[in-house]
Write a protein that binds this ligand. Structure first.
Ligand code: NAP
Length: 306
């Protein structure tokens, strides 16, 4: 079987266009959605993500700012900043870029964000509401995956789904959303026995573990839909040869850049076994940012009553 691509980049562009239209409408009624991003420390990947988020927000007409702090920032300073943003009527969404520098209590910081401005949906209040099926901001990556599945008409009702990974950011909310959409969901993780056999039962397999090309042909049911959330940087010739065997273009890109991105799913195996799949890059990543912008608009509407 040669799988077809689920085009996350295209769906993300559609969401961004719709979001920009919604922002323009809100502006006519006197409300410009505002997004504030808190970035603490020098994590290189976080710097890249935050730049893309701010750029995407500005392109959609959202008023966006990134508040940068050195790795030496204290918890008290971050809490004070969050308190200020909570009180600012022009700020609709507050995003704390993770990971935070060592020594800072991530839970304490996330729980300080006003749930009405919790654009990532990480506050326990919103997590609880999501689990109960009540309106709540939905974490951007699983929200993006659900949007892709809906717009690409992937059948979920009654579908046997396996979510590989149980993080608060991806795996757990993904499983909640799929269950709500009437899929029959199993969550697998590092202690799961016989992972390949379990994953092979899945008509829909979502991989979110952060292990390069870990999901190989023996994990993938023939004809499954495979969503690859993973983004992993590989930087050895052996890894490149394992992930992209015989691919001269990838070998040349590796020679030029010294590293390549690969998902959690083996890029060659998935093409041979799945019916439809998301590529890395260009699959789930763009959807995450698109949903962040849409969440900002949703929060603006809800909080300002527009
Ligand atoms: P995480 O917090 O590190 O969680 C990883 C999960 O995978 C854990 O539940 C862990 O199990 C499980 N796991 C790790 N190794 C495993 C193994 N060998 N076998 C089975 N399960 C294993 O990661 P995350 O934040 O969810 O991110 C996962 C991946 O998605 C990363 O590559 C990340 O970069 C990517 N990501 C992408 C986007 C995007 O926009 N595209 C957004 C967020 C994350 P235990 O619970 O048992 O430890």
């Amino acid at each position: 079987m040669t799988a077809t691509i689920l085009d996350g980049a295209k769906v993300a562009a559609d969401i961004r266009r719709e979001t920009a239209e919604a922002v323009a409408e809100l502006a006519l009624r006197g409300a410009v959605p505002g997004l504030s991003v808190i970035l603490a420390g020098e994590d290189p990947a976080s710097q890249v993500y935050v730049r893309s988020k701010e750029k995407g927000a500005r392109e959609a007409g959202i008023r966006a700012e990134t508040l940068r702090f050195p790795a030496t920032v204290t918890e008290a300073m971050l809490l004070a900043e969050i308190g200020r943003l909570n009180a600012d009527p022009e700020v609709d969404g507050i995003l704390v870029q993770l990971p935070l520098p060592g020594g800072i209590g991530t839970s304490r910081i996330l729980e300080a964000v006003d749930p009405a401005k919790d654009v990532d949906g990480f506050h326990p209040f919103n997590v609880g509401r999501l689990v109960q099926g009540k309106p709540a901001p939905v974490p951007c990556t699983p929200a993006g995956v659900m949007e892709l599945l809906r717009r690409e008409n992937v059948l979920l009702r009654g579908t046997r789904a396996v979510v590989l990974g149980r993080s608060d950011i991806v795996g757990k909310p993904m499983a909640t959303l799929l269950t709500k959409a009437d899929a029959t969901v199993t969550v697998a993780h590092s202690k799961t026995r016989d992972l390949p056999a379990l994953c092979r039962e899945a008509e829909l397999l979502v991989a979110a573990i952060g292990r390069p090309a870990f999901v190989t042909a023996d994990f993938i049911r023939e004809g499954a839909v495979v969503i690859d959330v993973g983004v992993n940087r590989i930087d050895t010739a052996a890894e490149v040869a394992r992930c992209f065997p015989g691919d001269e273009a990838k070998a040349a890109a590796f020679a030029a850049k010294g590293s390549l991105l690969v998902g959690d799913v083996h890029p060659v195996d998935v093409r041979e076994r799945a019916s439809r799949y998301t590529p890395v890059p260009g699959g789930v990543g763009p959807l995450t940012i698109a949903r962040l912008l849409a969440n900002t608009v949703d929060l603006c509407r809800a909080r300002r009553g527009r």
